[in-house]
Design a binder for this molecule. Structure first.
Ligand SMILES: [Fe+2]
Length: 197
């Protein structure tokens, strides 16, 4: 089965230009296309001569997870910017759980901001661990590494340069992270968390 790029309805954002969002969505579409292409190519190589092409197929399989990560993480990222900025409802299941763990509803955001500041491309991600019943914040390098295996994502913050270089330049990550949280629709995160209950 091939994957299809999703569409997103993002209205005017504060501090993140339409041009930046448009270019970013084109990059996302590239991940979807590449994942499909690599799957198809690996199938062709296997069918042609599985033994002779084993190394090439192995490399395609290894890199395919990078493309998948890029596809799926952006499908978490863009909807968070749909519908305009919405504050976290402190009385929601998510707000209550965040307060219980961090002592304040902003605790996870603070940790996400800290990890977003790490050098190199990646994602600062808020996960929920349903086994320990606690939040974990992690940093996924590139798109496919550094994840907490199987944990559902509540908020995915893209801190690759392509997310901010157009608006803020190469050293503008901090301003972009401020803009991301200023535009964040916490209602999307609340729905993700509520669906896990
Ligand atoms: Fe991105």
């Amino acid at each position: 089965m091939t994957y299809e790029a999703k569409t997103f309805s993002i209205s005017k954002l504060e501090g993140i230009s339409k041009e930046s969002v448009d270019q970013h969505i084109v990059l996302y579409q590239g991940y979807v296309k590449n994942f499909n292409s690599m799957t198809e190519l690996a199938d062709q190589l296997r069918q042609a001569d599985a033994q002779k092409n084993a190394l090439a197929v192995g490399e395609l399989m290894r890199r395919r997870s990078f493309e998948f990560g890029g596809m799926r993480l952006h499908e978490y990222y863009f909807p968070q910017l749909e519908g305009g900025a919405v504050a976290l409802d402190a009385g929601s299941a998510l707000g209550t759980a965040l307060s219980a763990q961090y002592g304040e509803t902003t605790g996870a955001e603070k940790e996400m901001r800290t990890l977003a500041g790490l050098r190199g491309p990646g994602w600062s991600i808020l996960y929920w661990d349903p086994v320990a019943r606690q939040f974990l914040v992690g940093f996924s390098e590139e798109q496919h590494q550094g994840h907490f295996a199987t944990l559902p994502i509540i908020i995915a913050l893209d801190v690759w340069e392509h997310a901010y270089v157009l608006d803020y330049g190469a050293s503008g990550k901090g301003s972009y992270v401020d803009a991301f949280f200023a535009n964040l629709n916490w209602g999307v995160a609340e729905k993700r968390f509520a669906a896990l209950a």
